[in-house]
Design a protein around this ligand. Structure first.
Ligand SMILES: Cc1cc2nc3c(=O)[nH]c(=O)nc-3n(C[C@H](O)[C@H](O)[C@H](O)COP(=O)(O)OP(=O)(O)OC[C@H]3O[C@@H](n4cnc5c(N)ncnc54)[C@H](O)[C@@H]3O)c2cc1C
Length: 427
């Protein structure tokens, strides 16, 4: 079978990547301690953590490092892992401190790595959650109270309507909550930089090498069209783009489209009007809109998860009206970029984590909230491979539901389900 080479999507990130990666195609036979499949944040973070700990690692990517959601996302660095509150509910308050640490661990890992490996990814502090309805003010107050209770050592503030208008140049929001430990960054440059760090520590990275199957056994064999890797353990990190191991993993995670547009660079006066603090912004709805400025002061505006399986005919026509609802003053601004990607949604919102035949691990489904979460899970997977299962088991023990047919795009049941959430947001 001949693989049709796929390069990055036509995003702002691909156009401004620091490096165009060109790792070799996997050919012939290889042996490693661990073989990781998929070089998005989950796969790269797992490979880098393992390489830092002295494991021999092979990282195999179907396309390019960061080709999937990791190289296309909103770049919002948001604490937490979706579904943690359910894990806490199941296991009780005895694990409350561990769950609080899990919430912030991804942020710490990313910040440490950016510094340690000198990764140039436009990292900025500050992320605001905004209330589009008065009832969401309670969520903002909860966020502040929670940090107070934990003696959170980093800066945060609640904003009333006037302050939010002053800081974000729009009357669309009833209030906001800003946390300066969160922030935003260029996700493709982070992913490529971390892969480079793993490679420099000895991890073998392969691109344009889709994995076509796994032969299970004491040392499973991961096969591509032109080679294979035999390893003590395998980590599957293909998330919403993976079709591997259908007997175990089908319908656990379903793909939903999320879309972003990038404006031309904005004039300084416009930047001072709409985002003088240069922070990331996301609303508090179930189906979120999110935006931030790029390093060269474009507005990158995203949202509108699409569960029907069909990409919009024009992403700009789909997203631009949402942007103009918040910022009518951008009506004459040119749109230079538009792109989309697949978010891996799990019905109960808890990442689907587990093992097949004891030595093939999987970790997927961050429900649109994965920049930090993937980095925590990379560490959780590396710990599990070394036999420390405490945090792995928190996730692996959770029950998941499957909707038949949901992993394939075009599922109308899912579309209907999500219409329910959109209607809830509208109320
Ligand atoms: C448009 C968009 C906006 C988003 N915005 C945000 C945001 O602002 N903040 C946030 O926290 N999260 C956001 N997310 C979610 C976040 O990007 C994801 O949760 C995260 O990147 C998932 O990383 P991953 O490594 O698990 O998956 P991916 O990044 O999708 O990587 C999976 C990789 O596996 C490869 N692969 C699949 N199958 C195979 C195979 N058979 N062989 C080899 N390789 C294979 C794919 O090619 C792909 O590169 C957004 C997602 C999208 C799509």
């Amino acid at each position: 079978m001949i693989h049709q080479k796929q390069e990055h999507t036509s995003s702002y990130y691909a156009a401004t990547a620091n490096d165009v990666t060109d790792y070799p195609v996997l050919q012939g036979s290889h042996s490693a301690d661990v073989c990781v499949v998929g070089a998005g944040f989950t796969g790269v973070a797992t490979a880098l953590t393992l390489a830092e700990r002295g494991y021999s690692v092979a990282l195999i990517e179907a396309n390019r490092v960061g080709w999937g959601a990791s190289g296309r996302n909103g770049g919002q660095l948001i604490n937490g892992i979706s579904g943690l509150s359910r894990i806490l509910k199941k296991h009780g308050t005895g694990i409350a401190d561990m769950v609080w640490d899990l919430r912030w661990r991804g942020n710490n890992i990313i910040r440490d790595r950016v510094e340690k490996y000198a990764i140039d990814c436009d990292l900025k502090d500050g992320y605001v959650e905004v209330a589009t309805k008065p009832r969401q003010i309670a969520d903002i107050e909860y966020s502040a109270a929670e940090r107070k209770r934990h003696n959170f050592p980093y800066r945060y503030e609640t904003w009333d309507r006037d302050k939010t208008r002053e800081m974000l140049g729009t009357d669309a929001f009833h209030g906001g909550f800003i946390c300066y430990r969160d922030g935003h960054l260029h996700p493709l440059n982070l992913c490529v930089g971390e892969a480079r760090a793993a490679h420099e520590l000895g991890a073998r990275v392969f691109e344009q090498s889709p994995v076509i199957g796994i032969a299970h056994g004491d040392r499973p064999t991961v096969k591509t069209a032109s080679g294979f890797v035999q390893a003590d353990a395998v980590v599957l990190a293909g998330n919403a783009y993976s079709e591997l191991e259908p007997g175990h993993l089908s319908n656990l995670v379903f793909p939903a489209g999320s879309y972003i547009i990038g404006t031309e660079p904005l004039a300084d006066e416009m930047v001072s009007e709409i985002n003088p603090l240069d922070v990331a912004v996301c609303d508090l709805n179930n189906v979120v809109d999110y935006y931030r400025l790029s390093a060269d002061k474009r507005l990158l505006y995203g949202g509108a998860c699409n569960y029907s399986g069909r990409d919009p005919a024009s992403i700009t026509a789909f997203i631009r009206p949402r942007m103009l609802k918040i910022y009518p003053q951008l009506k004459d601004v040119r749109i230079d970029y538009e792109w989309g990607g697949k978010v891996g949604i799990v019905l109960n919102r808890i990442p689907a984590v587990g093992r097949i035949n004891k030595n093939v691990y999987y970790c997927q489904g961050y429900s649109g909230h994965g920049v930090c979460a993937t980095h925590v899970m990379g560490e959780v997977m590396a710990d599990a491979l070394a036999g420390t299962m405490e945090r792995f088991d928190l996730f692996a023990d959770m029950k998941h539901f499957r909707i038949p047919g949901s992993q394939w795009l075009g599922n109308q049941i899912i579309a209907l389900g999500m219409l329910y959430y959109k209607m809830k947001d509208m109320l």
